[in-house]
Design a protein around this ligand. Sequence first.
Ligand SMILES: N[C@@H](CCC(=O)N[C@@H](CS)C(=O)NCC(=O)O)C(=O)O
Length: 206
Amino acid sequence: MIDCYTWITDNGYKPRVMLEETGLPHKIIPVDLRKKAQMEPEFMKISPGHKIPAIVDHDGPGGTQVTLCESGAILKYLAEKSGKFYPSDPAKRAKVDQWLFYGSATFTTLAQQFGHWTIRSPIKAPPAQQHYEANLRDMLGVLDRHLATHDYVGGDYSIADMTMYSDVHIHGVRDIGLGDYPNVKRWHGAIEARPAVQRAWVPFAS
Ligand SMILES: N[C@@H](CCC(=O)N[C@@H](CS)C(=O)NCC(=O)O)C(=O)O
């Protein structure tokens, strides 16, 4: 059984999608960021940087208990555990890693800044808004050019798509619009239609 500590945010949906896609037995444990639950000492033993998502796998390799934070590391762990959504061929795996790291280190990180400065911050700072909107549009352009010749970012549907989907779904679709990015739009539609993605993208009861 895998305990998945998460919340209704871009990063929070990533392991939920993977757990639904793989069918690995799991329990969702909400960590209410509005109440600063991520700062609880017990949670910070699992995620020292007080960030969701995090997992505890009670049936890790060799019967060990594995605690893990960082969405990219969690997606890789679940892919290796399940043998799904991560190619075994080393060259193909390296390309999935490239997009997985781009997604979790670059795309989501900058998209979060867009979300902060453009959507959530009560302080309006036009230079920051313009900067992060330009960043987000640039990244959507990067993705669009790549997807012009690829069905999914790493070849077949994989954990690299899962890491990129969240911020495209939230900020690309809702805040920017995908009209200028037809290949991203096609890719987003294909992922959004997946039953596992629909099961994962449900809010918690409040
Ligand atoms: N690099 C981390 C970022 C995780 C992250 O930014 N989590 C946010 C929610 S999306 C969070 O928990 N924020 C609460 C805090 O920093 O105290 C990952 O990919 O998992």
